[in-house]
Design a protein around this ligand. Sequence first.
Ligand code: NDP
Length: 302
Amino acid sequence: MQATILDGKATAAAIRERIGQDVTRWMQSGGAVPCLTAILVGDDPASQVYVRNKHRACQQVGIDGRVERLPAETGQAELLELVRRLNADPEVHGILVQLPLPQADDPAARIDPREVLDAIDPAKDVDAFSPVNVGLISQDRPRFLPCTPQGIVRLLAHYGLRTAGRRVVVIGRSDIVGKPIAMMLASKDGVCGPDYANATVTLAHSRSSDLPSITREADILIAAVGRPELIRGDWIRPGAVVIDVGINRVGDRLVGDVAFDEAVAVASAVTPVPGGIGPLTIAMLLQNTLDAAKRSAGGQTV
Ligand code: NDP
C-alpha cells in the first residue's frame, strides 16, 4: 500500500484564500480591519521566524498584523502591563504571546507564562489557551478553538476522512495540542460537523505502557510528542490515517514524530513534515482573528 500524502500546504492555501475573501467582504460591509498583535519577548531565532511567518500571513489576507517586541530582560510586571494595554485597545482583536518566554537566571526575575496567558482577555485569546476558552470547548460550546487542533480537524474534513464512530489515538497530552484535539474529536458537534467529531478517543502519553499496542488499535493516529520518528511503521494499523504534528530539528532537517517512509508503506493517508499540520495552524490563527473582530463588532463576549 502507498499512502495518500495529506497536503497541508495546499489545504491551508485554499483556506487562507477564503479567509482573505471573507476579510474583504467584512471590511466592505463597514467592519473594522481585523487586527492581531503578537508579543515577542527576547531574540529566540525560532520564535522570530514563527512571528515573522504569522505577520506575513496576516498581511496576505488583509489582517493588520502587529508585533510588540520586548527585550529578553523584560519582567513580569512590564509584560502584564502590555497585555492589559492591548486588552483595552479597541483596535486590537487578537493577542498572542509567542512561547517560549525567555527565562532569567534569577528565579525571582522569572516570568510565569501561565499568569501572562491568563491575563489575556478571553475575547481576544485567539490561541484559545485561557481557562475560560478551554472550559467552553470542554462543554462543546467553543468561542475559539486552538489553532493546531482546529487545523487537524480541517485537514481531515478537507480529505473527507470522517472520525465519527472511529477509534482515534492521540499521543501527547499538552494543553495546546493533545488535550484539546482529544476533547474536540470526542465531542458531539465538532467544528466541521458531527462527522468530524464523535470519535472514540484514547489519550496516550509518556507514562502509557506498551504504546505500540495502543497505537495499533487506531483508525486515526495523531502524534504530538516532540520525539523524532518515535512512531515506527509496525506501530501503525494497516490502512490507518496518520497525522504527524511533531516538528523536530535533526541536524539541518525537520522531521516529525512518525518515521515517514515506514508510515507511507502501511497507512492509507499520512501528513508530511514539513508541509502537513504546520501551515494549517497559521491559517486557523487568521480565522480566529477574523472571528474575534466580527464578535467584537457584535458586542459578543461568548
Ligand atoms: P509537549 O512537550 O508540551 O508535550 C509532549 C507530550 O508528549 C507530553 O504529553 C508527553 O508526555 C508526551 N511524550 C513525550 N515523550 C513521549 C514518549 N516517549 N512516549 C509517549 N508520549 C510521550 O509538546 P507539544 O504538544 O507542545 O508539541 C508536540 C510536538 O508538536 C512538538 O514537536 C512541537 O514542535 C510540535 N508542534 C507542532 C505544531 C504545528 O503547528 N505543526 C504546533 C504545536 C506543536 P507527558 O505529559 O507524560 O510528559
